[in-house]
Write a protein that binds this ligand. Structure first.
Ligand SMILES: NC(=O)c1ccc[n+]([C@@H]2O[C@H](COP(=O)([O-])OP(=O)(O)OC[C@H]3O[C@@H](n4cnc5c(N)ncnc54)[C@H](OP(=O)(O)O)[C@@H]3O)[C@@H](O)[C@H]2O)c1
Length: 270
């Protein structure tokens, strides 16, 4: 299993958002399969520490790239740093969220999220996809979200960025299939990471390892994967039992109750 993964997607993988949460777990599980990893994020010290641990534990090579993916031209540094290595897997995982009432987050924060969650993964998929197609092999994983499957009042803009990613990944999956390039959207529900720090533990909050495993087990088999029974059930209700209007109303009422930021005043804005 490991050797076929390595043959198909190795020898190097590029993982964005690899300084914390789901991205660190991607780096571990991919390195465990024998691939060398390029770790991308803004916090250099964290990247260095992840790289050191991975190199010692799995005996693979590592590189780090300190990059703010929400900035114009970010990809030039990345493409420059990897031009002497053979990358076969791109994990477009970095992301941030803005939750709460529509005007609660500043315009700047919302635009930063739009650039990070949509523009950056598109640019990297465009650039790496071209290389993979010309080699006749490779894989691209996008981290989307279960919020991609229906409208999410109080997570409106975040969910819209994740819907963009899911749609892009599914279409690329179809177009790239006969070119031997696999594309997958990973659609997690609530997962332990910095993004969900402070949330109460419980059955709805998954650990990162099974979330990432679902992606690595399903690339090349499906266009998207929803990890976990509770998340699968939620997507089933929102897409197969309710219509779009019903899903929007149910989700909006639930999030209004669950999210303090759906009710607080603008002065709490971060
Ligand atoms: N946790 C959940 O419940 C959940 C559910 C569904 C989907 N997701 C998605 O999962 C992905 C990973 O998030 P996570 O849950 O693991 O959260 P996290 O622990 O906050 O990780 C986010 C990662 O993205 C990086 N990042 C943030 N802003 C960046 C920027 N401007 N440029 C470069 N890198 C940046 C962060 O690194 P630096 O700060 O060092 O740059 C970090 O490595 C995201 O796309 C998120 O939307 C998460």
């Amino acid at each position: 299993m490991h050797s076929s993964f390595l043959e198909k997607y190795g020898p190097w993988a590029v993982i964005t958002g690899a300084s914390s949460g789901i991205g660190v777990e991607f780096a571990h599980q991919i390195a465990e399969k024998g691939l060398n990893v390029v770790l991308v994020a803004r916090r250099k010290q964290l990247l260095e520490s992840v790289a050191t641990t991975i190199a010692a534990k799995y005996k693979v090579q590592t590189r780090i790239i300190e990059s703010d993916l929400s900035k114009d031209g970010f990809h030039h540094d990345i493409l420059d740093t990897i031009k002497d290595i053979d990358v076969g897997l791109l994990v477009n995982n970095a992301g941030m969220n803005c939750e709460g009432q529509f005007y609660r987050g500043s315009l700047e924060r919302n635009v930063q999220m739009l650039q990070l969650n949509t523009r950056a993964p598109f640019i990297l998929a465009y650039e790496f996809g071209k290389q993979f197609i010309s080699k006749g092999k490779g894989g691209i994983i996008f981290t989307s979200s279960i919020s991609a499957f229906s409208a999410h009042p109080y997570l409106s803009h975040y969910a819209a960025t994740k819907a963009y990613i899911l749609s892009l990944a599914e279409s690329m999956n179809f177009e790239f299939k006969d070119k031997n390039v696999d594309v997958l959207a990973l659609c997690p529900g609530m997962t332990k990471s910095e993004m969900t720090r402070g949330l109460k533990d419980g059955p709805m909050l998954m650990d990162a390892p099974p979330v990432v495993k679902a992606a690595l087990d399903n690339i090349g088999k499906q266009a998207y994967v929803v990890p976990g029974f509770i998340n699968k059930t939620q997507v089933f209700i929102n897409t197969r039992i309710l219509n779009r209007n019903g899903a929007k109303n149910l989700t909006g009422s639930m999030l209004k109750k669950m999210l303090p930021s759906a009710n607080k005043k603008k002065k709490d804005s971060k």
